[in-house]
Design a protein around this ligand. Structure first.
Ligand code: SF4
Length: 516
């Protein structure tokens, strides 16, 4: 096989940024799979140039212009950046491939702009691409393994890419590790619910933890598991066997149901510094928060008590909520979240507007069948830039009034100050303040206020939101133009528009084939 010059771009930021939080955090948010692809390509004898795009690089000059094949990893919010890059590299004669969440959620759309669209990617799928490495246009080919790979290159093998990325992080340097894939829980909206739970090789994990201690005085590991600690004792046994307790700091996403007091004691002993459980709703999803059938204020009390208990063991906690769920109605869900914040001042609240990411979850078929999915451009599908599911129980104006009110409440001077007092440790305190005053708190409140104002004053808004018109308001076009900067000239003209019902149509055409 010819030795290929391969470029790999892990897009963390959907465009150039100067935000303080992005400066501190983005390099620590790098994905694992682009690094894995880099290792596998090198194993096959190819030459790899790797870039993690954090929003501070000049993407037009970072990669050599004579690459044969470019792999791009992107979340949906970065799809337009990815499409523009693909167009640019194709114009220079390269073959392009996309992987990551956007490719899994919107393969039909991605195939319009890439030669290869990769779903679950294992070494065989990658080798197929490397062998074929040819143009597939106008429609790219979609390739996927039947399941996630059983093993992945560990930190030691990925180190060259991790190291070059973390050099961009001025303060916090989080090393991404993966202990497991999939999740045994069945939250209907989650992309990981349909992926069978699978632990990664403990020997590799043990080796990686030991290796990291040779690279940092005190490493910080971010577990990228969708739900860390499903086999809690096995993982903690492995960590304790690998390194002395307290020699590595950890953060992890874990559901409340896994964070019992006995588990918290062990996590504290092993220096877990941050957890990110999902609460999602006061009226649904009781299993993952261990609140069973409790709803409303009773659930708030129990979850608040639990989160305060967690805070007595682990200094940093982000609690995740979804706003606008079909199970929510009236002001109560929002008022209850405010009560939760009053009773749990140390928790950092992260809000997501209800969103349906293409094929991410079968639940999205229901939204598409009932005609509730709006075609907001991908650039806004980051859980906050737009809500692409028409709310079941709110008008748009009412919903944005409530979202804005809750955001202001959560990031008021009083709330920031109370959070500061209720948080232990310099890093946790400082993180909470930076997040509140940067894009996530103040920035989001500003943005939601703008949307709410335009729902009254911008004549293009209401028809688009009410699905009476498919004409995208100029406001959104301007943001894409501004965010993409010089890449905008490479964005294909039709890329701002996608079929929001592509998943449903693909499922229907399967039925037709079956009948025939
Ligand atoms: S517990 Fe978390 S990771 Fe698991 S299915 Fe629910 S949302 Fe997804």
């Amino acid at each position: 096989m010819k030795r290929l010059r391969i470029g790999i771009i892990d897009i963390v930021s959907r465009g150039p940024t100067r935000a303080l939080y992005a400066r501190i955090m983005n390099a620590s948010l790098a994905s694992i799979m682009p690094q894995v692809i880099g290792v596998w390509c090198q194993e096959q004898g190819h030459e790899v140039t790797f870039v993690c795009y954090t929003g501070f690089e000049d993407l037009l000059t970072e990669l050599p212009d004579n690459v044969d094949l470019v792999f791009i990893g992107a979340f949906t919010e970065a799809a337009h950046t990815a499409y523009a890059l693909s167009n640019l590299f194709r114009a220079r004669g390269a073959i392009t491939a996309i992987g990551g969440p956007h490719a899994r959620c919107y393969p039909e759309d991605a195939a319009r702009y890439f030669d290869y669209v990769l779903g679950f990617t294992d070494k065989d799928v990658l080798c197929d691409v490397l062998r074929d490495c040819s143009q597939h246009r106008p429609a790219g080919v979609c390739l996927a393994a039947s399941r996630q790979p059983g093993t992945l290159p560990g930190v030691r093998e990925r180190w060259q890419f991790i190291d070059q990325t973390l050099r961009k992080a001025p303060l916090l340097k989080m090393v991404p590790m993966l202990g497991s894939m999939g999740c045994p829980y069945t939250c209907a909206f989650c992309i990981d619910a349909a992926v069978p739970y699978q632990p990664m090789d403990f020997e590799v994990l043990r080796e990686d933890l030991r290796f990291l201690r040779t690279r940092f005085k005190r490493p910080l590991v971010a577990w990228h598991d969708p739900n860390f600690g499903v086999r809690f004792n096995d993982y903690l046994d492995m960590i304790e066997d690998a390194v002395p307790p307290g020699s590595i700091d950890f953060v992890a996403e874990s559901s409340l149901s896994l964070l019992s007091e006995a588990h918290l004691k062990r996590l504290k002993r092993n220096s877990f510094k941050g957890v990110l459980p999902g609460i999602e709703s006061w009226f649904a999803l009781g299993d993952k928060s261990k609140t069973g059938a409790l709803v409303g204020m009773a659930k708030v009390r129990q979850v608040s008590e639990h989160v305060n208990l967690i805070l007595s063991y682990i200094p940093y906690i982000q609690t995740n909520f979804v706003l606008g769920l079909d199970t929510d109605e009236g002001p109560d869900p929002f008022e209850l979240t405010k009560r939760f914040l009053d009773m749990t001042p140390g928790a950092f609240p992260a809000y997501s507007l209800l969103s349906a990411f293409g094929r991410a979850a079968p639940l999205n078929l229901d939204y598409q069948r009932s005609g509730r999915v709006l075609p907001f451009p991908f650039h806004f599908l980051n859980n906050n830039g737009a809500m692409n599911v028409r709310p079941a129980n709110y008008s748009w104006r009412r919903l944005y009034d409530l979202v804005l009110d809750l955001t202001r409440y959560s990031f008021s001077t009083r709330a920031i100050f109370r959070r500061l007092l209720a948080t232990e440790g310099v890093t946790s305190r400082w993180m909470n303040v930076v997040r509140a005053v940067s894009t996530e708190g103040f920035g989001r409140a500003r943005y939601h206020r703008e949307i709410r104002t335009r729902l009254d004053s911008d004549p293009q808004f209401r028809p688009y939101f009410e699905q009476e018109s498919g004409a995208l308001p100029q406001f959104y076009k301007n943001i894409v133009r501004q965010d993409l900067g010089p890449l905008m000239e490479w964005l294909p003209e039709d890329a701002l528009y996608h079929d929001p019902n592509a998943y449903m149509k693909a499922e229907r055409s399967k039925d037709v084939v079956a009948l025939v």
